[in-house]
Design a protein around this ligand. Structure first.
Ligand code: F3S
Length: 432
């Protein structure tokens, strides 16, 4: 029997001792061992009860997951308040695929999708439209409050929840999110503690204009890795929260910090809630310093390797929306595409361009005045995760462009700034 290093309540100890059955005892042992590795002193109750899981894909290769889910179901384990999930991996209706790509997707890669979703329903998945990595957005409705304790693991959602909402969550892993959520507890260490939320880097932004969110996030992620940055000098470019533009900016910035490094929490001076409450007292005395000016951003941008076989190839597809876009971003892109096409005397985009957003944001967008204009450009709208799509070796070997630094990091897709990608998809410029 495992002897915990942390202190457990009598009820937690009972679960570990098997008084609530063998399955729950195993789950508790996993959570306690996880906490002990990171020197957690105790388990905290999860206060935001609706969870979010990262493992949304029925990847055939993930063989241990499916019998584990069966065991959870057989033991009657459930997340009582339900949960949202990361995006679905496939959407044949809105993202074109050749027959070979389809065979690899449905026959080899995601063959377990239907069965897995049926298993998820049995453990509490209650929202068929809850498949998105941006469940925390107002439009999607799974929004934790300040100081809520969570057991999430999607890196872009964890960093947003910690930083922009001021909730408390470590960078957990897939399945650990499930186990913690069913038990309703998480180990107390790192970002769930006041000390763990202090900044070990002071980042000073000295750019002459608003920095591209995805490049600023990338620069900071590469520099600080898994540490906590406190960013000074960015507030003059951002409206106060809850401005939709600021939410979109910090969403994309955070995803880049979390993927180009492993940032799970950042503070933006005068903008994010803890920075507003505690100011520079959040910065540790021994914090290191990183100054970012125009030249530094350009240096980082130019350092991205081009992984295409032919550097001047015509892009096969463009993906915009990783993490998923909010409603305002879809409306802004539509406005910008319409204006850029008009300038080029064109009606349609010259590159197959897929915008990705949550099912709920898509539904709202379809009711908006922008939607008919969007359709006229020939752009596509999907709820998939572009990364899961490009994990298919056939799809992933084609020349893909994106404005997502996360997608660039994990695939061979080539990153372009928003303005550049707009010029490419509307035919004003070509990839150089
Ligand atoms: Fe979201 Fe998939 Fe990108 S989960 S952040 S769209 S890699």
């Amino acid at each position: 029997m495992y002897k915990p290093l942390m202190t457990l309540t009598p009820e937690q100890q009972e679960i570990l001792d098997g008084k609530q059955g063998e399955t729950r005892a195993k789950m508790m042992e996993v959570v306690v061992r996880y906490g002990d590795i990171f020197h957690a002193d105790k388990l905290l109750d999860i206060t935001h009860k609706k969870s979010h899981f990262v493992t949304s894909f029925g990847l055939s290769m993930l063989k241990p997951v499916y019998p584990l889910m069966d065991e959870l179901i057989a033991a009657g384990c459930k997340v009582e308040e339900g949960f949202t999930m990361d995006p679905r991996p496939l959407d044949y209706e809105n993202v074109s695929c050749g027959p070979l790509e389809r065979f690899v997707f449905s026959g080899i890669m995601y063959g377990k999708q239907k069965d897995y979703e049926a298993q998820l329903e049995k453990i509490g998945l209650d929202d068929k439209d809850g498949f998105t990595c941006t469940s925390y957005l107002r439009e999607n409705g799974n929004t934790p409050k300040y100081k809520d304790i969570l057991a999430w693991s999607e890196s872009s959602a964890v960093v947003f929840a910690n930083s922009v909402l001021g909730a408390r969550c470590n960078r957990n892993s897939g399945i650990l999110d499930t186990i913690c959520s069913i038990l309703g507890v998480v180990p107390n260490f790192g970002f769930t503690t006041d000390e763990g939320r202090k900044a070990t880097w002071k980042v000073i932004v000295k750019t002459t204009k608003k920095p591209e969110a995805q490049i600023l996030g990338s620069a900071i992620g590469i520099k600080v890795q898994e540490e906590v940055p406190y960013v000074i000098g960015l507030d003059k470019y951002l409206d106060e929260l809850p401005s939709e533009d600021t939410i979109a900016y910090l969403k994309d910035f955070g995803a880049a910090t979390a993927s180009n490094g492993a940032v799970g929490l950042y503070h933006i001076d005068k903008i994010t809630p803890e920075a507003k409450e505690l100011g520079e007292s959040l910065i540790r005395e021994d914090a290191k310093e990183y100054v970012i000016d125009d030249a530094e951003l350009e240096r980082v941008y130019k350092s991205y390797p081009i992984m295409w076989k032919k550097k001047d190839a015509k892009p096969h597809k463009a993906f915009i929306g990783c993490p998923h876009l909010n409603l305002k971003q879809l409306e802004d892109w539509t406005k910008n595409m319409v204006a850029a096409l008009k300038e080029q005397n064109r009606e349609k985009l010259v590159i197959n361009t897929v915008f990705t957003a949550s099912p709920k944001v898509i539904e709202l967008f379809k009711k908006s005045e922008s939607y008919p204009l969007f359709l006229k450009t020939g752009a596509h709208l999907s709820y998939i995760c572009p990364l899961m799509y490009l994990d298919n070796p056939i799809a992933g070997s084609k020349p893909i462009i994106t404005n997502s630094n996360k997608l660039r990091t994990y695939t061979k897709a080539r990153y372009y700034k928003d303005e550049e990608i707009l010029a490419i998809i509307t035919g004003k410029e070509q990839c150089k």
